[in-house]
Design a protein around this ligand. Structure first.
Ligand code: HEC
Length: 184
């Protein structure tokens, strides 16, 4: 009789443990489903920082090579291709907001979206020029790119960068990475 009781108690406590385990599992699964649904993965840096470290940087490769008077080498076209891809992808990234003071307000403006698209489209043209190794197309893409930067800056850029991150001179040594006879 007492062994029957013991078995019964063991069965009950196993069932209680199993229920607890299932409960914990359901909470964990519900939480991860919530996270997946809300796509809550905010951009962890500011627009100002992205401008300086990524956008300005990759754009300079396009402009500097477009302005180069000599024939471009194979690996130089490859560098333009690489940075054009980076810049093209930076367009949609800019529409996700960021940690800067005004970043999320800028990101919801239709004008901001339109300028970001212009920038990305110009970068895609530079990518095409690099793949075709066509200097004239690269120059046209570079001009279009400059128009996109300036138009957005005229509309949105504060007089003083919101986080104080500027192109010059902080990251300047990183800019014109290519060194070549006759280069700029
Ligand atoms: C969709 C709008 C938009 C586009 C397109 C854009 N920018 Fe910006 N950029 C801004 C804003 C806004 C700031 C100021 C950010 C701040 O102060 O928080 C900024 C800041 C900068 C800065 C840092 C401040 C400084 O004066 O040094 C640089 C450099 C820069 N942009 C370069 C570029 C270049 C180059 C392009 C084009 C290839 C470009 N931007 C395209 C909106 C844009």
């Amino acid at each position: 009789m007492s062994s029957l009781k013991r078995n019964f108690a063991a069965l009950i406590s196993s069932l209680v443990l199993l229920m607890l385990a299932l409960f914990v599992l359901s909470v964990v699964l519900a939480n991860s489903a919530d996270a997946a649904e809300s796509q809550d993965f905010p951009v962890p840096v500011s627009v100002n920082a992205l401008m300086v470290t990524m956008i300005d940087h990759s754009a300079h490769y396009i402009w500097d090579y477009a302005a180069l008077e000599d024939m471009m080498l194979e690996e130089e076209w490859l560098a333009v291709e690489y940075y054009s891809i980076q810049l093209a992808a930076a367009g949609p990234l800019m529409t996700l907001g960021g940690t800067g003071e005004f970043d999320n307000a800028w990101a919801i403006s239709p004008q901001w979206l339109s300028y970001s698209m212009d920038m990305s489209n110009a970068a895609m043209k530079a990518l095409n020029a690099a793949r075709l190794q066509d200097k004239f197309l690269l120059e046209t893409a570079g001009d279009e790119l400059l128009d996109a930067c300036l138009a957005c800056h005229r509309a949105f850029k504060p007089e003083i960068p919101s986080e104080g991150v500027i192109h010059d001179p902080l990251y300047d040594q990183l800019y014109h990475l290519f060194q070549r006879e006759g280069a700029l």
